[in-house]
Design a binder for this molecule. Structure first.
Ligand SMILES: Cc1cc2nc3c(=O)[nH]c(=O)nc-3n(C[C@H](O)[C@H](O)[C@H](O)COP(=O)(O)OP(=O)(O)OC[C@H]3O[C@@H](n4cnc5c(N)ncnc54)[C@H](O)[C@@H]3O)c2cc1C
Length: 517
């Protein structure tokens, strides 16, 4: 099959790489335009990018450490959510992916149960909590490798696509055309996309097309599809991104910061050599000028903001129409919170490449596959929308924006029911969606606890109830947790301390940059 991908951003090159490696008999052509460029934001990720880079689903030919060095990425263990309740100094640290205690309860129950930690500063039983609280990495000093891949990455949005492009173009069945697509030609009888027309007059034909053209959505806009807006529930529609260099001797944090401000929230994403930041807001409540002033009041002057980005949260009614699938920003955008975009992009590509893309056109394109793929994709985005909406339910009321949200105007049906239920009982795993890429019970529990909707005593009671059944088991869990906090662990496992780890990778990056000049 001839598969044509329009768009060479993160989505386009990840899709090209996975399709080319998984299906060596299909020909993959990526068309993008240097003149148009990429959006260049999107620097926080989830554990799925680590899976991709460590060839967890398939041998894609990626190298995780090479990626860090070439793209200046840093490790992400968690998200520090600050100011999401009426107590605006309040914060909680949630992990990149929730996990369970040995009693099969969400990790946050454990934090509550052992009562060692301040109210909102949750910790995990896993390597993640260990690393953050001991200021360590999970990188072995002696073996120069990660002892566990339980992390995500903070990445340079301009370099991610470039890395996947380099790896992808090593495959003989992948090629690249740098040109602007000016038209999409449909078959007059079937309505399928026949070809795309380039600015230089060439026509590129294909059997299957992936629209990875970002907010331009140039292929899907020619097909019969609708945009389903999420604005009612997620009203943010603008962002002012900016970069910030580190001071001398400053090291990146191990977590993304999501800092709720007067009319939205600000991200800080610490890379190896700089941070990426941005204020995401709703312009019904604050002008871009006032938003800029608010940024300055929070982080000081001397910032050089990138141009304002406008967006419309939502998704395509159908991700797959005729012989075309939309992926990345062309498919949906929820909002930057919890890094759902690159995450859902990987899920969409993985599902397509491993399950729906078959050796022939006949096996691949049929109504049944299309409908099921669309149902799964819709559900994923709608569920991620609910998850994002839940973050805003901390009852903050100190500005017009927060009063609007706290009036309940943005609640989805699921979030409304969930909050009502939490008044009477703790949620259980079956209350949340569970499938590849979903935000399930443990992750939701962090958010609910962080915004004060999970009852601490009830969590502790539940943990103790289970522990009574498994008394010795619980004692061992607690003991092993405390042990992992001890200094000797550093010696035993020979892990690099966080600053040492950063210095090591900064040194490798310097070497790489000077060799590639
Ligand atoms: C404010 C903001 C913050 C974000 N933060 C995060 C985050 O922290 N984490 C996260 O996971 N995601 C985040 N995202 C989303 C993230 O930016 C995207 O998921 C990611 O960059 C992938 O984008 P893309 O490849 O779909 O589109 P783009 O990067 O825009 O790429 C589109 C491609 O299409 C090409 N193209 C367009 N039109 C044509 C044409 N006519 N002819 C030829 N080529 C064409 C362009 O040249 C480009 O190569 C954020 C998004 C926004 C708006």
């Amino acid at each position: 099959m001839n598969i044509v991908i329009v768009g060479g951003g993160t989505a386009g090159w990840m899709a090209a790489l996975m399709a080319a490696k998984r299906h060596p008999n299909h020909k993959i052509t990526v068309i993008d335009s240097t003149e148009i460029g990429i959006i260049g934001v999107g620097e926080s990720t989830t554990g799925l990018i680590t899976d991709l880079l460590t060839n967890h689903f398939w041998d894609f030919g990626c190298d995780h450490n090479e990626f860090i060095v070439e793209t200046g990425a840093s490790l992400k263990y968690a998200i520090k959510h600050q100011g999401w309740t009426n107590n605006i100094d309040d914060y909680y640290i949630g992990p990149i992916d929730g996990s369970y205690t040995k009693e099969l309860l969400p990790d946050v129950y454990f934090s509550y149960g052992i009562e060692k930690f301040p109210d909102k500063q949750f910790i995990l039983t896993s390597t993640i909590g260990h690393a953050i609280y001991n200021n360590m990495s999970n990188f072995s000093k002696d073996e120069k490798q990660f002892v566990s891949y339980t992390h995500a990455l903070h990445v340079d949005a301009h370099l991610v696509g470039k890395y996947f492009k380099k790896v992808c173009l090593r495959s003989e069945n992948a090629n690249h055309i740098d040109a602007k697509v000016v038209d999409t030609i449909l078959d007059p009888i079937t309505g399928f996309i026949k070809s795309v027309k380039l600015e230089d007059g060439r026509e590129i034909e294909g059997d299957f097309f992936l629209d990875c053209s970002g907010f331009k959505r140039i292929l899907m806009s020619k097909l019969d599809n609708k945009w389903v807006s999420y604005q009612k529930h997620l009203p943010n529609n603008s962002a002012i991104p900016f970069l910030k260099e580190y001071e001398d001797g400053e090291y990146p944090d191990q977590s993304t910061r999501a800092w709720a401000l007067s009319s939205g929230w600000m991200w800080t994403i610490p890379l190896l050599e700089r941070t990426g930041n941005g204020y995401v807001f709703c312009d019904d409540f604050i002008t871009p000028e006032k938003a800029y002033e608010e940024i300055e009041s929070k982080v000081g002057s001397n910032i050089k903001p990138a141009p304002l980005i406008k967006f419309n949260t939502g998704r395509q009614e159908s991700a797959w129409v005729k012989n075309c699938i939309t992926i990345g920003l062309a498919s949906a955008f929820i909002e930057p919170l919890e890094a759902t975009s690159i995450h859902s992009t990987i899920v969409q590509i993985r599902n397509f490449v491993f399950e729906y893309l078959r050796p022939t056109v006949e096996e691949t394109i049929n109504d049944g596959s299309r409908q099921i793929y669309n149902q799964r994709t819709r559900k994923m985005f709608d569920d991620l929308k609910d998850f994002s909406v839940a973050h805003y339910m901390g009852g903050r009321t100190d500005s017009e924006y927060w009063r609007y949200i706290s009036s309940g105007a943005t609640k989805t049906e699921f979030v409304s029911n969930l909050l009502e239920m939490c008044k009477f009982r703790q949620p259980s795993s079956h209350d949340f969606p569970t499938y590849y890429g979903s935000a399930g019970w443990p992750l939701y529990s962090y958010v609910l606890a962080g915004i004060g909707k999970l009852n601490r005593d009830a969590c502790a009671a539940e943990l103790n109830l289970k522990s009574n059944v498994h008394g010795e088991y619980r004692r061992l869990t607690v003991q092993s947790f405390y042990d992992s906090q001890d200094e000797w662990t550093r010696e035993q496992k020979k892990l690099m301390a966080w600053p040492e780890f950063i210095d090591y990778f900064r040194m490798l990056k310097k070497q790489h940059d000077s060799q590639s000049q």
